[in-house]
Design a protein around this ligand. Structure first.
Ligand SMILES: *[C@@H]1O[C@H](CO)[C@@H](O)[C@H](O)[C@H]1NC(C)=O
Ligand SMILES: *[C@@H]1O[C@H](CO)[C@@H](O)[C@H](O)[C@H]1NC(C)=O
Ligand SMILES: *[C@@H]1O[C@H](CO)[C@@H](O)[C@H](O)[C@H]1NC(C)=O
Ligand SMILES: *[C@@H]1O[C@H](CO)[C@@H](O)[C@H](O)[C@H]1NC(C)=O
Ligand SMILES: *[C@@H]1O[C@H](CO)[C@@H](O)[C@H](O)[C@H]1NC(C)=O
Length: 631
């Protein structure tokens, strides 16, 4: 390879890994990972996944060893890297396949995104071009995107394409090669000051981003330059192996201009959002505080609870009618399939998993011998804190106590597989989500003459018993490694369609609501007491009651038109029967708060989980899940 351009390759291998970390860090802070239909990648060798392989008469390639030595099958692919590169890691993070190189199939519509990135390229058309050196300048990459955009509009219609693109991510990583070119080419260096040069770079980039915006781009991820002067190639030029400080200064001056250009663009367009990655600062921080960048991910989610979280455990319970594995449940789930979720589509467990970038934790009963390294769900429709809740003739469920017993078996297997210290490390960073109590409250009112029904014990006594049982189980989970809890309080249960059904005036059941509020108060006190006693737990408490109540009072603020009746059921308020194939269902599920007579719709679950994840006090205390994860 021509020596004057080897620097960009060297830069990639020395900084590639850390830049990937910087990106992954940025993605964690942003919420970019939820429902991204496509990723469009523009840039240089940091992101190239093979475009340059298709360029004739150029040596700017990486389709030979030892590139790819750590890639699948140890194969060189055109990535300027030992293994996966940043483009691959971003794709994994947002849950789409790595965007393929545009030149691999220039006629495709690339519905899940495409990469135009090309090793050696820059903002100036001349960067990376020369004898035996050819690359796709950023400007040519945007021209290629124009073609793809055109095809998208043909295939999806103008509105459909815009809808698709506005949710997609446009990643732009460019500029390093322009800076290298400035220092390597005396003609450039003598004709422009560093300030003029970076100013021109920004002007070009601004024009190209404006073009992308005019073709639908709304979510941008733009990377600044790293400390290019500290690459081995630059230290090589110093007798003391020092960084090239002129080059570092140029990079940081470019970054300053870039971040103000981006914020200017945002105010003039009003409809873009972006994540600017100050690669320079992030890398500096990574180098200086390496320890802070470990242990922030969530290795696993353990879910305990009732039908709000059940993703199919009850399907495996014999001789029980407490199931949701028949239509119209699942009508909006991928494939339109009933799965055992008591919902029209995804439920809260799915949205939780989406948020942290894990697959939905599978039902424990689907494979009771598994170690479930990424988590598992014990949640079971109908269950409660009391062993008796939800049990009866043709009704069977996994009580919370039973769920914790099952967890202890999973814990044993984890210890076998990872060792005691490894399992503890794994569990202490994992989330334990607990959603329970609604069925106990229902049971109190439904079975008044039971041993602890409403005719035998006071609401206060009952709630105290519930809290005592929960406290014991949380302590047991703690003794089995759990350190981060997400505990969900009770909703305004008296306002479910099932309760309004019992009122001539379709009012809420206020006794039931009062009990829910009382439980929530005692629950918060119990949790904070537990934290003082145990010293090493942290938690998110979500006060569902006021959040749901506000939705019911102000439906339009949340996009709902119907908050009293169930979508699917029979009779008054569709609350006379559960959602079965004999029921009727509403045509528009996105404007209903309740799917059936007790369960929220997918739309409602999504709103609730968003709040738990990134909401603030007083509804989410003492911290939200995003902050809990970051601890
Ligand atoms: C790069 O080339 C294109 C034509 O291929 C031209 O429209 C554009 O102005 C050039 N950009 C710069 C910065 O010279
Ligand atoms: C349900 O019945 C099947 C077949 O009889 C059996 O294999 C399975 O273990 C039972 N499930 C439970 C949870 O007992
Ligand atoms: C529930 O049942 C288990 C045994 O299966 C028992 O150890 C536990 O004490 C019971 N919990 C309550 C609250 O009765
Ligand atoms: C996490 O919990 C521990 C004690 O359980 C506490 O010392 C620490 O301050 C908590 N962290 C935050 C950020 O609240
Ligand atoms: C469904 O309801 C939502 C929210 O109220 C509304 O935005 C949408 O237009 C409705 N869709 C149809 C097909 O009526």
């Amino acid at each position: 390879m021509a020596s004057s351009n080897s620097s960009s390759t060297i830069m990639t291998t020395s900084f590639g890994f850390m830049i990937s970390l910087a990106f992954i860090f940025a993605f964690k802070l942003s919420e970019a990972q939820s429902s991204v239909p496509a990723v469009y990648v523009l840039g240089d060798s940091l992101m190239d996944v093979g475009n340059n392989n298709h360029i004739q008469g150029s040596v700017l390639k990486a389709n030979y060893p030892y590139n790819g030595v750590d890639y699948t099958d140890h194969k060189p692919t055109g990535r300027f890297s030992n293994g996966k590169n940043t483009a691959d890691l971003i794709a994994e993070k947002v849950g789409v396949p790595t965007s393929p190189p545009y030149l691999s199939n220039t006629n495709d519509v690339f519905l899940q995104g495409v990469s135009f990135a090309s090793g050696g390229s820059g903002l100036f058309n001349s960067t990376g071009q020369g004898f035996l050196k050819k690359t796709i300048s950023l400007s040519a990459q945007v021209d290629y995107y124009t073609t793809v955009h055109h095809r998208l509009v043909q295939q999806l219609g103008a509105d459909g394409a815009q809808q698709h693109l506005s949710k997609s991510i446009f990643v732009v990583v460019i500029g390093s090669n322009d800076v290298f070119a400035y220092f390597e080419d005396d003609d450039i260096k003598n004709s422009k000051t560093p300030d003029q040069y970076t100013h021109e770079m920004i002007t070009i980039l601004q024009g190209l981003i404006t073009q992308l915006h005019s073709m639908g781009a709304r979510k941008l991820v733009v990377s600044g330059l790293p400390m290019l002067g500290c690459t081995p190639a630059q230290r090589f030029g110093s007798s003391t192996e020092d960084c090239n400080s002129d080059m570092n200064n140029m990079a940081s001056s470019y970054n300053q201009k870039l971040s103000s250009m981006l914020s200017g663009l945002q105010s003039s367009f009003n409809d873009i959002s972006y994540s600017y990655i100050d690669t320079f600062a992030v890398l500096n921080d990574i180098i200086e505080n390496a320890a802070n960048y470990e242990g922030q991910s969530v290795p696993a989610i353990y879910i305990l609870g009732d039908s709000l979280m059940d993703v199919g455990n009850n399907n495996y319970i014999n001789g029980s009618l407490l199931k949701a594995n028949y239509p119209y449940n699942g009508i909006d789930y991928p494939g339109g399939k009933p799965t055992g979720r008591f919902c029209n589509g995804k439920n809260s467990a799915d949205f939780f998993a989406d948020k942290v970038g894990l697959p939905t934790a599978p039902p424990y009963l689907s494979n009771t011998g598994d170690v479930f390294l990424k988590g598992v769900s014990f949640a079971s429709g109908g269950s409660g804190l009391f062993n008796s809740t939800g049990q009866g003739l043709l009704r069977k469920t996994l009580s919370l106590t039973q769920q914790v017993d099952y967890y202890s078996m999973v814990h044993d297997r984890l210890v076998q597989q990872l060792g005691a210290a490894g399992a503890q490390q794994h569990l202490s960073r994992s989330l334990f989500v607990i959603v329970i109590g609604s069925n106990d409250v229902f049971a109190y009112f439904d079975n008044g003459n039971n041993r602890n029904g409403k005719n035998k014990v006071t609401p206060d006594q009952y709630v105290d018993q519930m809290i005592t049982i929960l406290q014991g189980l949380v302590q047991k989970l703690h003794s089995l490694g759990a350190r981060k809890f997400v505990v969900i309080g009770l909703a305004s249960l008296g306002c479910t369609p099932a309760q309004r059904f019992n009122s001539n005036t379709e009012d809420c059941n206020s006794d039931m609501n009062t009990m829910a509020i009382k439980y929530n108060q005692k629950l918060t006190a119990m949790l904070s007491g537990l934290q003082s006693n145990l010293h090493d737990i942290n938690y998110t408490y979500f006060d569902t009651y006021p959040v749901l109540y506000d939705i019911i009072q102000n439906p339009a603020n949340y996009g709902f038109a119907e908050v009293k009746a169930a979508c699917c059921g029979l009779g008054k308020l569709n609350a006379g029967a559960f959602c079965t194939p004999l029921a009727v269902y509403c045509p528009n599920r996105t404007d209903h708060l309740f799917w059936d007579k007790v369960h929220p719709t997918q739309q409602a679950a999504s709103i609730l989980v968003n709040t738990i994840y990134s909401g603030s006090p007083p509804h989410v205390t003492p911290m939200n899940v995003q902050q809990l994860i970051a601890l």
